[in-house]
Design a protein around this ligand. Structure first.
Ligand SMILES: Nc1ncnc2c1ncn2[C@@H]1O[C@H](COP(=O)(O)OP(=O)(O)OP(=O)(O)O)[C@@H](O)[C@H]1O
Ligand SMILES: [Mg+2]
Length: 277
């Protein structure tokens, strides 16, 4: 479990007048849980992500990953092994010349047995939906392909906690859907906690919990089902409901019961609407 306790964090050094990027944040992330961080630009989502594997340290409060404190320098290598991150800009984290080398680099860092690396690399590429040869030059990949490579590289390592910070920003809508499906499949084969930072609510309708941020504070925590019907709360966190959820709210206002419907399943909606008309 990741335990975030009463965290305050500032990038500024002015001790007397810190501008808090995060204030008063407390949250537990359970083993194998799928948690979405949602909120407007500058609300603290990336800052909290960076605290979770010790890239930054809180000025106040504490963060512990499976009882390992990020303040304890000796624990940082174990924490980084457990908590893997993919950032928005994949170029910041690609180190290999070729696709295969890039994934192998992470595996070597974590002492993966050399003989099973090729099959692991193939598995990771397939799971991430990146259909290229291992000898392909990283510099020749598109932005979206680089994002998929970044995902493949962390999936190969087998993290216990995976943080994806807007890791689908360069993907087209169908690749984005595929990415979410691939992640679900990877978690089904080998469960891990997923912390998914995004502005796209439709990507995280299947999350166990949403954490809504605004101005460096956690505004609400709850299941998608608990939170998506609260338009004012969502609006104050800079979020726009996906089309089907908006439709559901409008139908409910007209007396059509939509409570038991899967908001991501368009076919089901069609059938339901035909029956009720
Ligand atoms: N490297 C930095 N140096 C100084 N201030 C920063 C730095 N990175 C972020 N901030 C500030 O910290 C606050 C929180 O930013 P953060 O990047 O965590 O927001 P975010 O929710 O991830 O936003 P976005 O949706 O735009 O990615 C903002 O006020 C931002 O200006
Ligand atoms: Mg961010």
């Amino acid at each position: 479990m990741i335990r975030i306790h009463d965290v305050f964090f500032s990038y500024s050094d002015f001790e007397d007048d810190p501008r808090w990027a995060l204030q008063n944040v407390s949250l537990d992330i359970q083993e194998n849980e799928f948690v979405a961080f949602l909120g407007p630009n500058g609300s603290g989502k990336s800052s909290l992500s960076r605290l979770l594997n010790g890239i930054e340290l809180p000025q106040q409060g504490s963060i512990a990953v499976d009882e390992l404190s990020t303040e304890d320098q000796a624990s940082i290598p174990s924490i980084r092994r457990k908590v893997q991150m993919v950032f928005q800009n994949p170029e910041n984290q690609q180190v290999g010349f070729t696709v295969g080398e890039d994934i192998a680099f992470g595996l070597s860092n974590f002492s993966w047995p050399r003989e099973s690396m090729p099959s692991r690399i193939q598995w990771a590429l397939q799971t991430a939906g990146l259909n290229v040869d291992v000898d392909r030059l990283v510099s020749q990949l598109s932005g979206g392909e680089k994002q998929k490579l970044a995902l493949a590289a962390v999936l190969a390592i087998g993290p216990e906690y995976l943080i994806l910070d807007e890791a689908t920003s360069m993907l087209d809508p169908s690749a984005r859907k595929q990415f979410v499906t691939s992640l679900a499949e990877a978690r089904r084969l080998r469960p891990f906690s997923l912390i998914y930072v995004t502005h796209h609510m439709e990507e995280v309708m299947a999350a166990d919990r949403w954490v809504l941020f605004s101005e460096g504070r956690v505004r609400a925590i709850g299941t998608p089902e608990e939170l998506w019907r609260k338009p004012e709360l969502l609006q104050s966190c800079g979020l726009e409901l996906p089309y089907l959820n908006r439709l559901a709210l409008m139908l409910e206002q007209d007396g059509v019961h939509t409570g038991d419907m899967d908001a991501a399943n368009l076919d089901e909606w069609g059938r339901k609407l035909c029956k009720s008309s």
